[in-house]
Design a protein around this ligand. Structure first.
Ligand code: SF4
Length: 331
């Protein structure tokens, strides 16, 4: 089985007490069944506390946050379970975060998640990351459509080439990325495989561009489920930032993470739009790109309802028509 990961993956280390945010804030932690059973059987103070704060509903156990924090979080920023029982006693969620695993059966892609501030530094500073691959034992027969996956793997490489063409500025690269997304969708639908012609693609849309409406865009995001006051504040007080290579890296991260997921429903175009809209939003909100992108991930990527709302809106919301998105990028 092939395992692929970005070259920075193994260099990541949690900075625990020095973390400016912490994954122990604001969200309930899902606890796997085996860990929950161990926690509930522990003797002493720690066991008593865990029995108080673990709750199970519909077969899913969570550590309920109290006063905005995981109840196992200590004043020194460390985790009480880790401190008293050792790292191996952490539940699966805490042991793995922010490491992502996309397991397709016969191959696995690993990555880091942007919602961790330390991971965000690797992701946004990396440019186009080199992907390291290794063969291991194991794996299963793939259950996905192998023909579609081949198209998605090939088109993802082309999309990344377009995105990381440094002879173009970032918004122009994103516009071409969006236009190429439709060509890739057509290939996924069984259409002819054609070389992408960037100049012709730009020429074809120039007369259709409309001014975008960033206020309409932020209004849409403000109506989604919000987790933190910081995110709500950013949405209310946008301060657009100049485009930078960090925005290009953000698009690269999202492409690496979401492009192949179109194998599940053959809908690549809405994911491409999701990536472009996300970059437009982060640029429009401005502030410190590392903090804004990290908050974006925490609020959006970690809430499946929010992700699905954006995927739907990519087709139906008046702020996200192609002419307006391209207008925001190219005008
Ligand atoms: S968010 Fe990242 S750096 Fe911060 S505590 Fe969690 S894993 Fe560690």
């Amino acid at each position: 089985m092939l395992i692929a990961k970005p070259d920075y993956f193994d260099r990541f280390r949690c900075i625990a007490g020095d973390c400016p945010d912490s994954c122990c804030k604001e969200w309930d932690v899902q606890v796997d069944e085996a860990s929950a059973a161990v926690y509930r059987s522990l003797p002493g103070d720690l066991g008593d506390r865990l029995r108080e704060v673990l709750s199970t509903e519909d077969g899913e156990t969570v550590m309920t946050i109290i006063d905005g924090r995981c109840p196992m979080w200590r004043q020194d920023g460390l985790c009480r379970i880790q401190a008293e029982l050792g790292e191996e006693s952490l539940c699966k969620t805490c042991r793995e975060f922010p490491r992502l695993t996309h397991d397709y059966g016969d191959f696995v892609e690993l990555g880091l998640e942007l919602s961790c501030p330390e991971a965000a530094k690797f992701i946004l500073n990396s440019g186009r990351p080199s992907i390291i691959t290794a063969e291991t034992e194991g794996g299963e027969e793939p259950e996905y459509d192998t023909e579609a996956m081949d198209v998605l793997k090939a088109t993802r490489e082309t999309a990344l080439d377009i995105l990381f063409d440094s002879s173009r500025n970032v918004p122009e690269s994103l516009a071409l990325f969006l236009l190429y997304g439709y060509q890739a969708q057509s290939e996924l639908d069984g259409g002819e495989i054609l070389p992408f012609q960037p100049e012709a693609a730009l020429e074809s849309v120039w007369e259709f561009l409309k001014p975008g409406d960033p206020i309409e865009m932020t209004a849409f995001f403000s109506a989604l489920e919000l987790l933190t006051p910081d995110w709500a504040h950013l949405l209310q007080t946008p301060s657009p930032a100049p485009w930078s290579e960090h925005h290009r890296a953000l698009a690269g991260y999202l492409t690496q993470r979401y492009w192949l997921q179109a194998v599940s429903d053959y809908d690549l175009a809405c994911r491409v739009k999701f990536i472009v809209i996300s970059c437009l939003l982060v640029q429009h909100l401005g502030g410190d790109i590392f903090r804004t992108a990290q908050l974006f991930s925490k609020e959006i990527e970690n809430n499946i309802d929010n992700v699905e709302a954006i995927l739907d809106a990519a087709y139906s919301h008046p702020a996200f028509t192609d002419d307006k998105i391209l207008g925001m990028l190219l005008k």
